[in-house]
Design a protein around this ligand. Structure first.
Ligand SMILES: [Zn+2]
Length: 376
């Protein structure tokens, strides 16, 4: 695809390949090739959209954000989709976006696909910065994710503290040094999302938003976040998929301490299956990785990936009762740091619970307090 040069937008920069593309990645088509936006610059996309990329201080080192031309109450400006975490570098990059990529127009509203820190972190700052006495720059998000984000930013909920440590211990993570680090990680969410706007507008499944007069349909998805919203524009088949469909990595589907019996994997698989109704030629704009064509192929790959992981987990639990911690080596086959281990534990529990939920595995609690899952 040839893109016209757009004033103020970034020159093309090659993707730094840090590992060879897998066969699954090669089965997808990347219409922009290796082009990536520079930090603080935007890359033009078809249909007037612009693509931003912000850094993240994790193994997953970036997030994609989207700028959509918009008009609200006669004002021209931009709808922003997702925000980046709240840190100095992301704020600086946004400041240069304001200078170079908005054509001198304001942000009119901030749309957030879900409550994870890399998506909602700077929503409060963007909304405050662009609100004026006669136009409030509004956060748009699902009701569930707004409420969970508000709670989480004010508390230690999620991914840290004593509750998380005892949840991981109940699933067999008994290494005291790791548990001490999890306990010490209170307030982790709030460190990345210090505030969430006090008012919002609600996104929900089936809602049609008119952005610059063009209809975008909200598609709710479950299993990754409480109520994730993807956005689909039918007139030129563009899907802002958030984290529900990613081209390179599989979406994190985890059980957390606040809902210890949760069974999110079937919800996730059902949600991506619903996306199969979208046209095969849909341009997918994912939150991580490159824009791609091949939505149906990617859904097939993800369904297959989880079916294989479930088969491996079942096989392990047929040999002997197994805890989630014992499943890490089965599922991940590579060394994990603590941050990755906490994600991986949540994913291992999710796979065990999917088999438990359908009655293929049952669970039993050992004298050591650890849940183990066994076939039959
Ligand atoms: Zn997410």
């Amino acid at each position: 695809m040839n893109l016209p040069p757009t004033p103020g937008l970034s020159p093309i920069r090659p993707l730094t390949a840090h590992r060879p593309a897998s066969a699954d990645e090669q089965a997808l088509q990347y219409p922009l090739g290796d082009t990536l936006p520079e930090p603080g610059r935007a890359q033009a996309l078809p249909g007037g959209l612009r693509w931003l990329r912000m850094g993240l201080p994790f193994a997953l080192d970036h997030i994609n954000l989207w700028l959509l031309p918009d008009q609200i109450d006669g004002r021209r400006g931009w709808t922003v989709v997702d925000c980046g975490i709240d840190d100095a570098t992301t704020r600086e990059n946004w400041a240069s976006v304001f200078e170079t990529a908005l054509d001198g127009l304001p942000v009119l509203r901030v749309l957030v696909t879900h409550m994870h820190p890399d998506h909602i972190g700077l929503a409060h700052w963007l909304c405050e910065r662009f609100s004026t006495p006669d136009h409030e720059c509004r956060l748009w998000i699902s009701a569930t994710d707004w409420h969970v984000a508000r709670l989480a930013s004010q508390a230690s909920l999620g991914q840290g503290g004593a509750d998380a440590a005892s949840f991981f211990a109940s699933h067999g993570l008994l290494d005291e040094a790791s548990l001490a680090k999890v306990r010490a990680r209170r307030g982790y969410y709030g460190s990345l999302v210090p505030a969430v706007p006090p008012r919002y507008a609600r996104l929900h499944d089936g809602l049609v938003l008119h952005i610059d007069g063009r209809p975008w349909r909200c598609i709710a998805g479950y299993g990754h976040a409480p109520e994730h919203i993807a956005l689909f524009r039918a007139d030129d088949a563009v899907l802002i998929s958030g984290d529900m469909v990613l081209p390179r990595i599989s979406t994190n589907v985890s059980v957390y301490e606040a809902e210890p019996e949760a069974d999110p994997l079937p919800m996730f698989l059902d949600s991506i299956e619903r996306l199969r109704a979208l046209p095969a030629g849909t341009l997918v704009l994912p939150s991580h990785g490159r824009p791609f064509h091949g939505l149906h192929t990617r859904i097939d790959q993800l369904q297959r990936h989880h079916a294989e992981r479930l088969a491996e987990v079942l096989q392990a639990c047929q040999a002997a009762p197994r805890s989630a911690a014992e499943m890490l080596a089965v599922l991940f086959k590579r060394p994990l740091d603590l941050h990755q281990t906490t994600f991986a534990m949540g994913e291992a529990v999710a796979h065990l619970h999917a088999l438990w939920g359908r009655g293929t595995l049952r669970r039993q609690r050992g004298a050591d307090g650890v849940w183990r899952f066994v076939a039959g």
